[in-house]
Design a protein around this ligand. Sequence first.
Ligand SMILES: [Zn+2]
Length: 76
Amino acid sequence: MTVKYVCRHCAAPLGEIDNPQVNELQLGFHFLTPEERSDIITYSQNGDVLVKLTCEYCRKALDEHPELNMVASPLQ
Ligand SMILES: [Zn+2]
């Protein structure tokens, strides 16, 4: 499967793992609570996995302006 990492705030691509051998244990998904999993992991219909993270740019913005976290797309 292909695992794609994108920023949840600005949708910037952060990386991609294209490896049919990779599994959720290797990705560390089992460390997440069910709530976190459903929040950050999206399974697309073609079998790919979309992992929503926060890129460095957005993390910095959120650190400086925590109130932005309440807004869906603070940088648009
Ligand atoms: Zn971002």
